[in-house]
Design a protein around this ligand. Structure first.
Ligand code: C2E
Ligand code: MG
Ligand code: MG
Length: 631
């Protein structure tokens, strides 16, 4: 049999039941035709019809004996013979019998072999041709036209039989297609499962070396496209061999499984954690904006190994050594990066284990410093190492102290004073900013309320707010609770937002600030002029005050363009009904220039640095006395 599209052609796989049904239908039709022809006294046709009935009976008998193929052949042959005989005995090419030819061909094509169909078509065409020639030679018996009702009955019968047969065949076809689709789906699923098994580690279910390489390749392509970093962390469990040797391999496996689960749970879904051999894991970080993010991940991994793993009911402590490479700096190729990370990991082992090493040694100190600060900050809050200092804010018209900005200070037990510019970004990266921010807010509100109780007047307190704090939906609730707990009126609290908070100028932020305003809280934009250039937010966010950045105030008397900038900011602020305060005022000349430009407020070393609570209270008291004695 010739191959079609690579597969051999086969008739529809019909079962014996279907063949029996088809045979009974056509047998019934020919039995009816026999009766009809007897009734019309067309004896020859009746004999032919009866002959077909007998042959179909034979086909049914063969089918019942399991010889479906022969039964089909017999059925097709008998029907062809029957129809041709009817045509001969009837009205030749005008007879109804040839109308059933197409159905017979469809039946043969579906149930029988190709050869059978080919032969059938040839025979049927030949019969038509023969009929034409006989007709031309006037050799056909002249049979009068059947009455119209007989034609109607015969044509209706042919139509009904055609419909029934085609319906049966199309049902079978649909069922076969459904079965095929099911099989295809099962095949696809088993292929996917196979792929998963090939690419995942049997013990932990994590991606294996193969998939890790694949993922790294993808990350590198994305990194090149988006100008982001990719980091590869090669992690080896330090004392794994001891666990395996002393507790047995099953315990070793249980430990590896737990390490896998904990590593996976502590990292983001977008990070890849793979087990590439025995006790070696690879962690892939993609889409990194800065290398600082790696420190956060190392801190998370350290936390995983700080706790004991429970193996066979025993608490087992293990440590890990990590080697880290960063792309594109240390390489842009999968093999190079994996090799470099491996080398760095061995360096970590050499330096006493339970530590990390970057392939690029410069990174080691920076990340170690960051981790050190992050862990120090965690305890700093509880140990009272964090303090809030206050820098007075002055009314430039009369020199009165209007309030103060709360500035955080960290007095480290060994390293002394650490500036906020160093530790605030660390707190933001390790998530501590929320706890620290809440604490500063509470402290500042409590102190400002204490100033009122001491009779220092209605002094404002300004608190710096990190963009991350604003991302919390309930930040307004935190503020409202703090105001309620301390008793400070909302109108005496100003929140300083940086322009970078407003880059994400979403509807949520507008709503959050509106809710804050309902408590009377004022909003100031800190370091104004250094960031965002779209000023539409000043209206949308209903800001109260702009704080001109120190960098412009610094050179206001020296650099004409800085003066022009300050002038522009002041004028714009006034047009928008906002007040302005200048940061970093250090000398009298700058003060005079700011006054002449119409700036209302000032803050800077000219008056005072940020002072501890007592110092600030003393400063305000001294000023009040001064005013009292001069008036
Ligand atoms: P900032 O909010 O712009 O604070 C003003 C900074 O300028 C303060 O530095 C202040 O000490 C310094 N400064 C004030 N007057 C002068 C001056 O005349 N000359 C000079 N050279 N500097 C002056 P500090 O205290 O080191 O704070 C740095 C930044 O750290 C702050 O900038 C603020 O962004 C952030 N920060 C401080 N405390 C907090 C806090 O509690 N939460 C948050 N999220 N950030 C804080
Ligand atoms: Mg500030
Ligand atoms: Mg500032």
């Amino acid at each position: 049999m010739p191959a079609v599209g690579g597969t051999a052609w086969r008739p529809l796989p019909l079962d014996a039941v279907r063949v029996r049904q088809v045979a009974w239908v056509v047998l019934g039709v020919f039995a009816a035709l026999t009766v009809l022809n007897l009734f019309r006294e067309r004896w020859v046709s009746a004999v032919f019809d009866f002959g077909v009935v007998v042959l179909l009976g034979l086909a049914l008998w063969r089918n019942a004996r399991g010889q479906s193929t022969q039964a089909i052949q017999l059925m097709v042959v008998s029907l062809a013979l029957g129809l041709m005989a009817l045509m001969f005995a009837g009205q030749g090419l005008y007879d109804e019998a040839p109308m059933a030819y197409p159905t017979l061909v469809v039946l043969a094509a579906m149930l029988g072999a190709r050869r059978l169909t080919r032969m059938l078509v040839a025979v049927l065409l030949a019969s038509l041709m023969a009929m034409f020639l006989l007709d031309q030679a006037a050799l056909l018996p002249s049979i009068p036209d059947s009455p119209l009702w007989v034609r109607l009955a015969e044509m209706g019968l042919i139509l009904l039989v055609t419909w029934m047969l085609v319906q049966m065949i199309s049902d079978d076809l649909r069922q076969a297609i459904g079965q095929l689709e099911g099989e295809k789906l099962a095949l696809q699923q088993s292929q996917q499962e196979n792929e998963r098994l090939v690419q995942s580690d049997a013990l932990t279910g994590l991606p294996n070396r193969l998939l890790a390489r694949d993922r790294l390749e993808q990350l590198l392509v994305q990194g090149v496209d988006s100008d982001r970093f990719v980091a590869v962390i090669f992690l080896d469990i330090d004392n794994f061999k001891t666990v395996n040797d002393s507790l047995g391999h099953a315990a070793g496996d249980a430990l590896l499984l737990q390490v896998a689960v904990k590593l996976r749970a502590s990292l983001r879904d977008t990070d890849t954690v793979a087990r590439i051999s025995g006790d070696e894991f690879v962690i892939l970080l993609g889409n990194l904006k800065s290398e600082h993010a790696i420190a956060t991940v190392i801190a998370k991994i350290n936390r995983v190994f700080r706790e004991a793993f429970s193996v066979n009911g025993m608490d087992v402590l293990v440590t890990a050594s990590m080697g880290i490479t960063v792309s594109p700096r240390d390489g842009e190729d999968v093999d190079v990066l994996l090799k470099n990370a491996d080398l760095a990991m061995y360096e970590a082992k050499d330096s006493g284990r339970n530590t990390f090493r970057f392939f690029n040694a410069h990174m080691n100190d920076a990340v170690a410093e960051q981790l050190h600060l992050a862990s120090g900050l965690r305890t700093a809050l509880g140990n009272g190492e964090l303090r809030v200092h206050y820098q007075p804010q002055i009314d430039l018209a009369d020199g009165r102290i209007l309030g103060a900005e709360a500035l955080l200070r960290w007095l480290h037990p060994e390293r002394g004073y650490i500036p906020p510019a160093v530790f605030i970004p660390v707190a933001e990266r390790c998530g501590l900013i929320h706890e620290i921010g809440d604490w500063v807010l509470q402290q500042a509100c409590r102190d400002a309320q204490a100033w009122r109780a001491l009779g220092l007047g209605e002094l404002m307190v300004a608190v710096n707010v990190s963009p991350l704090q604003l991302r919390r939906d309930d930040f307004d609730v935190v503020v409202a609770d703090t105001l309620a707990a301390t008793g400070l009126p909302g109108a005496l609290l100003e929140l300083e937002l940086t322009e970078s908070s407003l880059v994400l100028d979403t509807r949520d932020l507008v709503e959050l600030l509106q809710r804050l305003r309902r408590h009377g809280v004022r909003i100031a934009i800190d370091d104004f002029g250094t960031g965002y250039s779209n000023l539409g937010y000043l209206r949308r966010l209903a800001v109260h005050r702009l704080k001109i950045d120190r960098s412009f105030v610094d050179k206001i008397c020296v650099d004409a363009s800085d003066e022009a900038l300050v002038r522009a900011i002041v004028e714009m602020a006034h047009c928008l009904n906002l007040s302005v305060i200048a940061e970093g005022v250090e000398n009298e000349a700058a003060l005079q220039r700011l006054r002449s430009l119409g700036c209302e407020g000032g803050q800077g070393y000219l008056w005072s640095q940020a002072l501890p609570l007592d110092g600030f209270v003393a400063l305000v008291r001294a000023q009040t006395k001064e005013v009292g004695t001069t008036s």
